[in-house]
Design a protein around this ligand. Structure first.
Ligand SMILES: [Zn+2]
Length: 314
C-alpha cells in the first residue's frame, strides 16, 4: 500500500521550531496540482502488492528544495516566517533524513525542471516514499487551506506552538487535522469475494463495499450498515484486517473482513452499478492489482489465497 515505505518511515511528530536546510524538500500546491519533477530515465521499479503480485513503476517523482524555491523567489520580501502568516513555511513531517516543508502562498513558482502536476501522479510514481509524502502533504495542505478562520467567531487562526492544531487567539477554539474514519469491507462467502463497481462515469475499477462512519455508530456498526445499504447482504464474523491513511478524502480507511450469510447480493443501483461474487480463478483472469490502495491489497490477498473466510473465525 502507498504507506508501506520501509525501510524508510514518515515521522509526523510536530516541531514548529524546525528550520529548513538548503536540501529540504518544499511542497507547493496550486489547487490539486503539486510542484514536482517527473522523469522516466531511472525506471522501472518493481513494488510489491501482496504475496507474489507486484507492479512496475516507470516514473520517478521528486520535489524542489528549499534552496531552489528560494532562488525562484518564493520568499521574496525576506526570510519566510516559519509557522507565521502567509507566505508560511511549515515543517510537516520527515521522511527518512529529510525534513519536509509546506509552503503556503498563492503564486505559482517557476523552477527549471519542475511543473505543477495533478496530485494523482502519486499512483504510478517511485520512489514510494516520495509518492506517499506527496499525498500526505496534499492532505495537510487541504486542511491548512480550509482552516484559516475560526468557525465560532471568524477570527484568523494561528498555528499552535505545541501540537499540530490551529487555534483561535480570540475564543480559544482548537481545530485539529481532519481525519474521517471509513470502512473498506472484504465480504467473503466460501471460495468467493464480493467485488463492486461504482456507478459513476469512468469508474470501471473493481472496488469493495466502503463508506464513512456516521455519528453515533461504532466502526463495526458502519460495516453492517454499509454492507446492507450497498449490497443488501447480512454479514457475520466482522474482523479488523488493516488500516490505511487516505489523503484524497482526508480519511482513515479501516479494512475489515467478514462472511456473508448468503450469496444473495445486489447493487443498490445508486452508489454502485454492480456487485458480483468472484472466485480466485475468476479474479486471476480479470483483476489487475495496484500497490496503492487497501482495496487492492484485500482483493489481491484473497486472489492469491493469503486470506479467506477462515481469517474471520476466531
Ligand atoms: Zn474564535
Amino acid at each position: 500500500m502507498i504507506q508501506d515505505i520501509a525501510p524508510k518511515s514518515l515521522n509526523n511528530q510536530y516541531d514548529p521550531a524546525k528550520k529548513p536546510c538548503a536540501s529540504s524538500p518544499v511542497f507547493h500546491f496550486q489547487g490539486k496540482k503539486l510542484l514536482c519533477s517527473v522523469r522516466t530515465e531511472r525506471g522501472p521499479v518493481e513494488v510489491n502488492v501482496s504475496g507474489p503480485s507486484s507492479v512496475k513503476l516507470t516514473k520517478e517523482i521528486s520535489f524542489p528544495t528549499y534552496e531552489q524555491a528560494a532562488a525562484a523567489g518564493a520568499f521574496k520580501g525576506g526570510e519566510p516566517s516559519v509557522n507565521g502568516p502567509v507566505p508560511d513555511l511549515s515543517f510537516i513531517f520527515s521522511v527518512g533524513d529529510d525534513d519536509c516543508f509546506l509552503l503556503r502562498s498563492g503564486d505559482a513558482l517557476e523552477i527549471p525542471g519542475f511543473t505543477y502536476e495533478e496530485i494523482g501522479v502519486y499512483r504510478d510514481t517511485f520512489p514510494v516514499e516520495n509518492a506517499y509524502a506527496a499525498v500526505t502533504a496534499f492532505h495537510l495542505n487541504n486542511w491548512y487551506e480550509s482552516e484559516r478562520f475560526c468557525g465560532h467567531c471568524g477570527t484568523p487562526l494561528v498555528h499552535d506552538g505545541v501540537e499540530r492544531m490551529m487555534r483561535c487567539p480570540k475564543c480559544g477554539n482548537m481545530i485539529f487535522p481532519r481525519i474521517n474514519p471509513c470502512v473498506i469491507v472484504g465480504i467473503m462467502h466460501e471460495d468467493k469475494i464480493l467485488c463492486t463497481q461504482y456507478n459513476r462515469p469512468g469508474s470501471g475499477r473493481f472496488a469493495l463495499v466502503a463508506g464513512f462512519c456516521e455519528i453515533g455508530e461504532t466502526i463495526e456498526d458502519t460495516v453492517r450498515r454499509e454492507v446492507m445499504e450497498e449490497v443488501g447482504v447480512r454479514v457475520k464474523n466482522i474482523t479488523f484486517y488493516k488500516s490505511q491513511p487516505w489523503a484524497m478524502s482526508s480519511s482513515l480507511l479501516c479494512g475489515f473482513l467478514c462472511e456473508a450469510e448468503s450469496e444473495d447480493a445486489h447493487a443498490d443501483g445508486v452508489e454502485l452499478a454492480s456487485a458480483r461474487w468472484f472466485t480466485r480463478d475468476e479474479l486471476k483472469e480479470c483483476y489487475t492489482p495496484s500497490h496503492v490502495a487497501l482495496t487492492s491489497n484485500i482483493i489481491t490477498a484473497f486472489m492469491n489465497g493469503e486470506i479467506g473466510p477462515e481469517n474471520c473465525r476466531r
